[in-house]
Design a protein around this ligand. Structure first.
Ligand SMILES: Nc1ncnc2c1ncn2[C@@H]1O[C@H](COP(=O)(O)OP(=O)(O)O)[C@@H](O)[C@H]1O
Ligand SMILES: [Mg+2]
Length: 210
């Protein structure tokens, strides 16, 4: 006989399983928002990743200058995944971005060859490719608040990029902030912070070759 006939509420037969990437519970500062891309390891996908993450980051009150900084950092991390992680077009690069209303986290992951010595790889001007400048990690560190790197040889690399909008006086809304004279170039002071650089650093806006 059906449970309903016994006068008790009927529980659903199977609780709906939570999907793996379903947004979690609301964070302290608001609802968790996220996006995730799975991109073939092709150079043209660097642009897709940076534009998508920039659009997502626009949900937080970043200035245009800060958005440019995020774009450079994402370009560097995704380029590294494609060029160093895989070095062929058959890999998958995962780009995940999330925030809970206060801090942006961008995770760039590859399942490529991995990094032997992460500390060495993060040094400015270190590169295993003589054609490259070895400044990718330096830019990520200069433009983001915090950079985390986890890697295992033969398994791949995960780069976590964290950034909060900088508080600015008299600019309450994102619209106001986007119109501030800060402009849409990466902050020159942060470029300077990318240790030991000459004038070449100022040409770094496009990312991806450092
Ligand atoms: N995703 C990755 N997979 C494997 N090696 C990486 C990865 N990212 C960075 N590396 C290593 O770290 C070094 C430094 O990276 P980076 O600072 O971006 O400089 P560059 O890309 O100009 O070499 C690279 O030369 C490479 O050896
Ligand atoms: Mg690089």
């Amino acid at each position: 006989m059906a449970p309903r006939d016994q006068g008790r509420p009927v529980p659903p037969p199977h609780p709906r399983p939570q999907r793996p990437h379903e947004p979690g519970p609301a964070g302290a500062a608001g609802t968790q928002r996220w996006m995730e891309l799975h991109l073939p390891s092709l150079p043209e996908n660097v642009g897709i990743a940076r534009v998508a993450v920039a659009a997502f980051a626009g949900q937080l009150p970043f200035t245009l200058s800060e958005i440019e900084e995020i774009k450079v950092a994402v370009s560097e991390a995704v380029t590294n995944a494609i060029v160093h992680g895989y070095g062929h077009p058959h890999g998958i690069v995962t780009v995940r971005a999330e925030h809970n209303g206060s801090r942006l986290l961008v995770v760039v992951r590859d399942r490529g060859r991995g990094i032997e010595d992460v500390e060495q790889a993060r040094q400015p001007a270190f590169s295993t490719d003589p054609e490259r400048m070895g400044m990718g990690f330096a830019f990520m560190e200069a433009f983001m608040d915090e950079v985390g790197v986890e890697s295992a040889v033969g398994e791949g690399t995960t780069v976590c990029l964290y950034k909060r909008p900088r508080p600015q006086e008299g600019t309450g809304s994102p619209e106001e902030r986007a119109g501030t004279p800060a402009g849409s170039e990466p902050d020159p002071a942060r470029l300077e912070a990318a240790a030991g650089l000459g004038d070449g650093a100022r040409e770094a806006g496009s990312g991806g070759r450092h």
